[in-house]
Design a protein around this ligand. Structure first.
Ligand SMILES: *Cc1c(COP(=O)(O)O)cnc(C)c1O
Length: 377
């Protein structure tokens, strides 16, 4: 089977994990601090603005907590969003307000976001579909004008930039995922960054029981206390990343540029093979001033054919999918609105295999099989 997503983990990652085992410290420690510093440098922000978490979903939940979103508040997000984003809003007793998306890029436009704002909108959560920034800069400007907090779910965009600025640092808070289906993989894990270092400081406490300070023997002795005593500022949980994950992350971060270059070649190859073919719409060209992480490659088909084409590809050993199924259609969110562009996009779009381990022959096999299936309809 040709996988749609696949991690590239090898001997270097194994060696880094072996070192962690030998150190006898597998919990959150030195390596996690090093990974946070390296990721901050990668983003081009200060280390005091970056913290690790055990998943991007935790980062999304934490972002809503840091934004003090609660009952009576609205949070606007595109209906083509990851389920964890919708849950992060609803779990706080706030109302998720779903906005439409551009039918080709599946990213919300600034106009889509603006149309969904209400007098009680406290925050906006956007993602970067397939790795593309979309109109995040315009959306950030809109949010700033209205005093609304902007969260970027940058899970698709670990290496995407807009006018030189890293996606995830354009808004007020950004979160990333390192789960097994992403580009940079640590098993599970994530990062949260905030424009305000004070939010990161609070976030660090919220992800470690609300402990006021973690003191060692000598600090406690100096303060005249015992090192096992503590105070807490909240009744919080433990959702940190550990040194095993961070050791893998440090190796993967060094490979990220190469991963994205290979993904770009694959996306270009799909473009060359599929662009201009009757019955297949390829993604629009990347706007100037933007770079993509190429997390997903998607095509759009006649909705009457899409599911059969996906079945034909599956029968040939090629796994495809659609991300992200519209949240406004999920009963639990109790939403009744009509989002015409998203309705079309979710019925027409199919994501093709894209990961750095694909060979050119694999890509050609996917393209050939796809063309055969579409031509047979
Ligand atoms: C994978 C993904 C997440 C969730 O990440 P986890 O680390 O698995 O919680 C969130 N948002 C988007 C857009 C994703 O693709």
């Amino acid at each position: 089977m040709i996988n749609i997503f696949q991690p590239s983990l090898g001997a270097e990652e194994v060696a880094a994990v072996a070192e962690v085992f030998e150190s006898n410290w597998v919990g959150k420690g030195e390596r996690t601090a090093k990974f946070e510093a390296a990721f901050a440098e990668h983003l081009g922000v200060g280390q005091d603005r970056v913290m690790t978490v055990n998943s991007c979903t935790e980062g999304l939940f934490l972002s809503m907590q840091l934004a003090e979103v609660g009952p009576g508040d609205d949070v606007v997000l595109p209906t083509v969003s990851f389920v964890g984003a919708g849950n992060a809003v609803a779990s706080r007793g706030a109302r998720p307000v779903f906005c439409d998306v551009d039918p080709r890029t599946l990213n919300p436009t600034a106009a889509d976001v603006e149309a969904a704002l209400t007098p009680v909108t406290k925050a906006v959560i956007v993602l970067h579909y397939g790795g593309r920034a979309g109109e995040v800069a315009e959306i950030a400007r809109l949010c700033r004008e209205r005093g609304i907090l902007l969260v970027e779910d940058a899970a698709c965009a670990p290496a995407s930039r807009v006018e030189g600025q890293a996606c995830g640092t354009v808004g007020d808070i950004g979160v990333w995922s390192f789960d097994g289906a992403k580009i940079l993989v640590t098993g599970d894990g994530g990062v949260l960054t905030a424009r305000d270092p004070g939010l990161v400081e609070r976030g660090r406490k919220l992800t470690y029981f609300g402990l006021e300070q973690v003191s060692g023997f000598s600090q406690a002795r100096q303060a005249g206390t015992r090192w096992w005593e503590f105070q807490i500022s909240s009744f919080s949980r433990r959702s940190v990343m550990n040194d095993v994950q961070s050791a893998i992350g440090l190796v993967q971060l060094g490979k990220l540029g190469g991963f994205v270059r290979r993904r770009q070649e694959i996306a270009d190859r799909y473009d060359r093979r599929l662009r201009g073919t009757a019955g297949i719409t390829t993604p629009p060209p990347l706007p100037g001033g933007q770079t993509s992480s190429h997390y997903m490659y998607w095509i759009q088909l006649d909705p009457a054919q899409r599911d059969q084409v996906a079945a034909d590809l599956y029968a040939a050993g090629i796994y495809t999918t659609f991300r992200y199924a519209a949240l406004h259609a999920v009963d639990a969110y109790d939403w009744d609105g009509w989002l015409p562009n998203a309705e079309h996009a979710v019925a027409a779009t199919l994501c093709l295999p894209l990961h750095q381990a694909l060979a050119d022959d694999d890509v050609d096999f996917v393209a050939d099989t796809l063309l055969e299936s579409v031509n047979a309809r």
